[in-house]
Design a protein around this ligand. Structure first.
Ligand code: NAD
Ligand code: TYD
Length: 346
């Protein structure tokens, strides 16, 4: 069972697993919040090994029913509230879904699987933001102390601790990975890259927070999905794996590269989209720099990113340009009717 499979990263993980493991039953459990969009999975939703369940992880009875219905053996947990800016406005949504929802899932898994967990794995997907902010040098390793600064990262840090604690206390087969910023197709246009692609198409202002010198490490989402497959199948129980792109960009440099690539693709004169850049008031508690040391997963499991940033960004822009209907459905809210139209008879 994959939770949050209708979201950005989850949809790539569901697609990979459904196509790669036709002999396995893959259940996508998702509440379809504003971030969940079943249009992300249109290409695989009629495959016989794919099943969708609209359940909120706050609904314990609903979780129990899904575990019983499919005899769930393993969980890859991605369902979460994921946007820092929303967590600043509504922190309790993050407490409920990210902390209480994760503990609900752990409790149901424990009740259904225990006391012998040898054939069941609980894999929790987390973020590098739990480690806080770096200065100009240094990298986050798996041993970096947690130091979250936003309600989002604090809620993810808490959920990581619960997963680890259930591994230690009840001997559940838990594993955690902490990944850097993802980008790619199906990215919800509230996050930096898809929002700016959308605004460049529409020739709207590009709102850069603060001085624009904040640094993030970017990873192509399909590389993250491959890492998740690897950690799920070969990661060591009780361990944490950092996943990153070895690819640091200051926001403003990234935005300028995006403007340049988009001007070329849209046939606009060079420098046209850069004029849309608008510096705005900073995000409170804004982490200055994230950078991941992904050498452990490389050394122990043999993973490294396959796609360069220039290539991944170019593919991402092409995807958004070729899927403007998807973008329009998301920005107009129409995607929320897809579930009713596709699933009311199933
Ligand atoms: P997303 O916001 O695109 O998708 C989240 C999904 O979870 C949505 O489909 C939503 O409907 C579902 N969901 C939310 N609340 C739920 C609830 N209460 N019950 C059931 N389903 C619920 O998020 P994403 O960017 O795909 O991130 C997925 C996971 O990866 C999250 O746990 C996030 O913390 C983690 N992560 C994300 C990034 C990133 O760059 N996006 C980086 C590292 C880790
Ligand atoms: P975001 O995509 O929200 O991811 P995260 O906060 O989880 O890293 O933001 C990436 C960076 O871009 C972050 O430093 C905040 C900045 N940003 C802007 O400057 N303007 C925006 O409109 C957004 C959404 C983000």
């Amino acid at each position: 069972m994959i939770t949050g499979g209708a979201g950005f990263i989850g949809s790539h993980v569901v697609r990979l697993f459904v196509n790669k493991y036709p002999e396995c039953t893959i259940i996508n459990l998702d509440a379809l919040t504003y971030a969940g969009n079943l249009e992300n999975l249109k290409d695989i939703d009629t495959k016989p090994n794919y099943h969708f369940e609209k359940v909120n992880i706050l609904d314990v009875k609903g979780l129990e029913e899904v575990f019983d219905k499919y005899q769930v053996t393993d969980v890859i947990h991605l369902a979460a509230e994921s946007h820092v800016d929303r967590s600043i406005v509504s922190p309790m949504d993050f407490v409920y879904t990210n902390i209480i929802g994760t503990v609900n899932l752990l409790n149901v898994a424990r009740a259904k699987w225990g006391p012998d967990y040898s054939n069941n794995r609980f894999y929790h997907i987390s973020t590098d933001e739990v480690y806080g902010s770096l200065g100009d040098t240094g990298l986050f390793t798996e041993k970096t102390p947690y130091d979250p600064n936003s309600p989002y990262s604090a809620s993810k840090a808490s959920s990581d601790h619960f997963v680890r604690a259930y591994g230690e206390t009840y001997h559940m087969q838990t594993v955690v990975s902490n990944c850097s910023n993802n980008y790619g197709p199906y990215h919800f246009p509230e996050k930096l890259i898809p929002l700016f692609i959308h605004n460049i198409i529409q020739e709207k202002p590009l709102p850069v927070y603060g001085d624009g010198l904040y640094t993030r490490d970017w990873l192509y989402v399909k590389d993250h999905a491959l890492a998740i497959d690897l950690v799920f199948h070969t990661g060591v129980t009780g361990e944490t794996y950092n996943i990153g792109g070895f690819n640091e960009w200051k926001n403003i440099d990234l935005v300028k590269l995006l403007c340049k690539q988009m001007d070329q693709k849209l046939g606009r004169e060079e420098g046209h989209s850069e004029k849309l850049i608008t510096y705005i008031k900073d995000r409170p508690g804004h982490d200055r720099r994230y950078a991941i040391d992904a050498s452990k997963i490389n050394r122990e499991l043999g993973w490294k990113p396959a796609v360069t940033f220039e290539q991944g960004l170019s593919e991402t822009i092409d995807w958004f340009l070729n899927n403007q209907e998807w973008l329009q459905n998301v920005t107009s809210g129409n995607y929320q009717h897809y579930y009713e139209s596709m699933y009311h008879n199933r």
